[in-house]
Design a protein around this ligand. Structure first.
Ligand code: FAD
Ligand code: SIN
Length: 532
């Protein structure tokens, strides 16, 4: 397939870039599984932007830096925050039906509030913002003659100078090898420029709000090709994931707390009914996520609980149903009426703050390779992402990368002939059980040893297991035909390795990285940068 630019990922970041590029260039979008099955469609709360007269860019910047515990890059924070209102305007123009403020005559957006925000600042579509955004972007991309979207293409590795027919060995990126999930064939897709927009690595943990495909593929591919990654220890845990034995990863949006929900100790335990967050932070339930998640974890461990309660039943039923129709319906189907009773919740992995290092134009270390969205470390989130700043990052950097590619287009050469994928020495696997076993093992030790509260000893235990599994997985990868499960397992293990190595390098507690061995925060905030 002849394309000028290849984009890996059809979520908010990938499609924003695709739409901005397609006015001039031919774009090929590749996605693992069906289109729109990344995190974007699952986003609930909304998109942060200064849209109210009483709010200011300075306040949004300050809130982002406070949540990020000073590890953020100020230049990036300013860059993103200042472009947020335009990003919302572009989405509205694409047809995203944002909720409007009652009595505004359709002229002002309804803005909700989430943890760490000093103002109401979150533009949203009820409690299912991501789905509305994903649908609008997909509809626009489908209608564009210069965009081709191919679903069920699991990208395996970047094509670089090492794969040129006339070997150059350079780090220049020319595209990707991708498994066609329908045929089982691996194709080399080449272009002048490649953009990774492949989302996070949340599924490296046993409990995560992220979809099945969040296995850190783009981060692992970039790392293997020679790009630096940073701050991988900063894995964000969302405080309120539904506790339910059947439905393991359903998020209860932070906006429930933003609209007045309280966190309380469930019945049958000392202090039952006690609203505990004010004991931990004067901002109560609206403290930044790392603080709320740690407080819940503390109460769960202290009292031996399975979960804590999130209660918004003191608000009028029509208010609750009106603001949270999707969550209300979903919970009703599970026998919980949130207008009358509390919701059992636990923290779960939610967002990958670190990733492939990029600059303000989305450029990575490797010539010809850009990266945007959750797979990146742009400097926006620092040690802890402020709620609803992630979709925003996708829109701002998707656009910025596209602008840079267009500006520099004349300097990008056409790809040279490259080697075809060599499957001559592999056979079909006769031991699929190894994949399942290793998946489960990784996710379990990452949860138990590299979770909300860490110690050096536990991190070293995890590192030891990663080293043992690495040999096994590489041997398996070298012997058998690739499948999506195998590609994901390899990337999951690579992501786990990057997280643990980064966590071991940080000798302090900051933001999401909290270790009993180094409880203090060092005076100077420094990125954890890993070099291949
Ligand atoms: P994604 O939307 O995850 O898309 C990744 C794409 O890459 C997919 O198309 C996938 O198929 C593709 N891909 C991955 N690997 C491969 C491969 N090997 N080959 C080919 N394609 C591949 N953020 C907010 O700002 N506000 C919110 O309210 C909010 N709510 C959230 C709720 C939930 C439950 C979750 C999980 C996240 C939420 N977030 C929210 C975070 C936000 O949704 C994500 O960070 C954001 O959508 C990431 O977008 P993305 O385009 O980078 O990646
Ligand atoms: C939520 O709705 O609580 C998620 C918001 C986010 O992850 O930014």
């Amino acid at each position: 397939m002849k394309a000028d630019v290849i984009i890996v990922g059809s979520g908010a970041a990938g499609l924003t870039a695709a739409l901005a590029l397609a006015e001039t260039l031919k774009v090929l979008v590749l996605a693992k599984g069906a289109l729109g099955t990344g995190s974007t469609a699952w986003a609930q709360g909304g998109i942060a932007a200064v849209l109210d007269e009483s709010d200011t860019f300075e306040d949004h910047i300050r809130d982002t830096m406070i949540a990020g515990a000073g590890l953020n890059r100020l230049e990036t924070v300013e860059f993103v925050v200042e472009r947020a209102p335009q990003a919302i305007a572009r989405l509205a123009a694409l047809g995203v039906p944002f909720d409007m403020r009652e009595g505004s005559g359709g002229n002002a957006l309804h803005l909700t509030r989430e943890g760490g925000h000093s103002h109401r600042r979150i533009a949203h579509v009820h409690d299912a913002t991501g789905l509305a955004v994903q649908e609008a972007l997909l509809e626009a991309a489908r209608a564009h003659p210069n965009i081709t979207m191919l679903a069920h293409q699991a990208c395996i590795d970047l094509i670089t100078g090492r794969h040129e027919l006339r070997y150059s060995g350079s780090g220049r990126v020319w595209g990707v090898y991708a498994l066609d999930e329908a045929t089982g064939h691996v194709e080399a897709h080449c272009a002048h420029v490649t953009v990774l927009a492949s989302g996070g690595a949340g599924r490296v943990y046993q409990f995560s709000t992220a979809p099945r495909g969040a296995t850190g593929d783009g981060i692992a591919m970039a790392w293997r090709a020679g790009a630096r990654v940073a701050n991988m220890e900063m894995m964000q845990f969302h405080p309120t994931c539904l506790y339910n034995l059947e439905t393991k990863n359903f998020l209860i949006t932070e906006a429930v707390r933003g609209e007045g929900g309280h966190l309380v100790i469930p019945p049958g335990h000392p202090g039952a009914g006690h609203r505990f967050m004010p004991d931990f932070d004067p901002r109560g339930e609206l403290a930044p996520r790392d603080i709320v998640a740690r407080a819940i974890d503390h109460e769960i461990k202290r009292l031996g609980l399975d979960y804590v309660h999130l209660d918004i039943s003191h608000k009028p039923p029509e208010f609750v149903r009106g603001h949270f129709p999707t969550i209300h319906e979903r919970l009703l189907a599970l026998g919980i009426d949130m207008t009358k009773e509390p919701i059992p919740v636990v923290p779960a992995q939610h967002y990958t703050c670190g990733g492939i290092i990029i600059d303000l134009a989305g450029r990575t270390d490797l010539p010809g390779l850009y990266a945007v969205g959750e797979c990146t470390e742009s400097g926006l989130h620092g040690a802890n992402r402020l709620a609803s700043n992630s979709l925003l990052e996708c829109f701002v950097f998707g656009e910025a990368a596209a602008c840079d590619i267009l500006d520099c287009w004349d300097s990008y050469e056409a790809p040279p002939p490259v080697l075809a994928w060599d499957a001559s020495r592999v056979t079909s696997s006769d031991e699929e059980v190894i994949i399942k076993q290793n998946w489960t093992e990784i996710r379990r030790f990452m949860w138990n040893y590299v979770g909300i509260v860490r110690t050096t000893k536990r991190l070293e235990r995890a590192q030891h297991r990663i080293a043992m599994l690495a040999g096994e997985v590489e041997e398996y990868y070298g012997q058998f035909r690739v499948t999506t499960d195998l590609i994901e397992l390899r990337n999951l293990l690579q992501s786990a390795d990057l997280i643990v190595r980064s966590a071991l390098k940080r000798h302090e507690s900051r933001g999401l990285h909290y270790t009993l061995d180094y409880p203090a925060t060092l005076p100077e905030a420094r990125d954890t940068v890993l070099e291949p």
